[in-house]
Design a protein around this ligand. Sequence first.
Ligand code: HEM
Length: 260
Amino acid sequence: MWYDYTDLAFSPYNEYRRQMRRICVVELLSAKNVKSFGSIRQDEVSILIKSIKTLLMFLSGCRQMGSSSFPSLTTTSKLSSLCMQDMFSAGKETSSSAIDWAMAELMRNPRVMEKVQREVRECLKGKEKDIDVKGLKYLKLVVKETLRLHPPIPVMISVWAMGMDPETFQPERFENSCIDFLGSSFEYLPFGAGRRICPGVNFGLASVELSLAQILYHFDWSLPPGISFPDVDLTEQEGITVSRKNHLFLLPTLYINPSH
Ligand code: HEM
């Protein structure tokens, strides 16, 4: 499995593994490197937003021409796309699954959706091209809460065991809390802890936060006719990464910034 256990995630603890991990943490995924990839991240997310806009224009053109033969739904699942192999498998599925879960929870919780969208639109007004997610405090809480309820890689201890009403999606629980992603709060370990802690924490969070901010900024999202928000399906797919079992079908409506 995985090149005879020579990749980082599955290799035994030895000098080789130590070196691999060092390369990942210091050379590939350091905070400095993650920051330096910012413009690439921005370009990639812009391509995603542009493709949803193009699809919307195409579908509204089809509807105006009276054609009913084109699908009117898009899916956030479709929006998603020895060391390097780890980076791709450990990095891509976890991040896209986190975005998918976040959108599902936001659709189930209109109060939170309204609040996070208001923040994103107020903070990013006029800065859509050069986005800095630093000021998006509530969005960060939404991501944190998503990773609490739906950790893409559940570690060996129960990461669901956090305090009271664990089933409720309530980002405010992290407000003024010192619980972080660094593996020191044992009731909250979406990135693991100790010497196995995910080396892609910064990279993962940067991708999830930026993608989510853009998706929420540019579109209003609604559920297909006949589905109401408590019915959004949260069934999990079994696997190394816990993704949603069924596609999340959502209808986007283009948001036009009133000041433009
Ligand atoms: C939201 C995004 C992500 C989450 C929630 C996540 C979560 C995790 C968790 C819980 C582990 C530890 C599993 C264990 O205890 O053995 C892990 C390991 C790992 N992650 Fe991530 N991850 C994410 C994104 C990324 C990204 C973006 C990359 C790289 C680009 C990455 C690369 C890795 C690697 C290489 C390991 C294995 C580390 C080792 O065994 O020493 N992850 N991840």
